[in-house]
Write a protein that binds this ligand. Sequence first.
Ligand code: AMP
Length: 317
Amino acid sequence: MPVVVETAADCRQTLEECRLAGRSVGLVPTMGALHAGHVSLMDRARAECGTVAVSIFVNPLQFGDPEDIAHYPRTLDQDLAVCAEAGVDVVFVPSVREMYPEWPAPVATTVSVRGVSDGWEGASRPGHFDGVATVVAKLFAIAGPCRAYFGEKDYQQLAVVRQMVADLSLPVSVIGCPIVREPDGLALSSRNVRLSVAERRAAVVLSGALARGRSLLAQGAGSSTVAEAMRAVVEEEPLVHLDYAVAVGAHDLVAREAIEDPAAVRLLIAADVGPVRLIDNCAGAVMAPATSEPPRAGSAGAHGTGPANGRQLERIG
Ligand code: AMP
């Protein structure tokens, strides 16, 4: 069973002792309601690090909509069992008071990452990425030097975290991990449990739209053609209300019309399905079994071949 720590001081000390004992630390930040997508990050951390720590914290600072946080699934007992099964060593489960002692009073010091936070999720959810960057900065400050594992599922979030780490010279290596999908293409998300049967069936149009966009990119289409085609796929499904579907630069997340190299493009999509906001994305061109960064030499093969990784797909739709 993993060690469960609830205070920043205990977490810091536990992970510092691991490093002093010569074990590198892999950190997997989550909001709980763990599923195979989270497990894929734990598997990758297990394969590459001596100690694996998972944080479970539903961060109020990143939720604009009180309904969203009120309904966010919380399944701590189950989550601890998932962590134990995945061979996690340390689970950090802080309270809101531990992370933000004055809450709900505004937090005085926050982190804002300009540029990459501005569009898409940042535009639709004002303040969201400030909340994300702030809590991730705190988790990194608590965990100390580590490798931190994030899913490409939240592609813009990954870009924001990478930018923050570079700009603030934080002693953290950020590892992006591929999206884990259901067999029909829907990206796993803790929010999927809130979909009705009909909404769950309808939600597959997101990955279908991405697949359509990618196939048009392969045929040399420009980004407005790709965006319109993705929109048209979603509009055929009345239960899904599109927010955006765009082709952007894979690094700067800026929309651009002329596309010279589909591999340098990322397709992003977001929609409301019933009460739930869903996001998804994919690379502009299919690459070899996708990872943002190859596993370190000597670490591949021993781990990370479980069922979750078997579902890591660049296949969509
Ligand atoms: P969350 O608990 O939703 O904040 O997610 C915690 C981490 O798990 C984030 O880095 C997410 O990008 C990642 N994650 C969530 N869903 C998936 C998925 N389907 N595949 C891969 N990673 C995921």
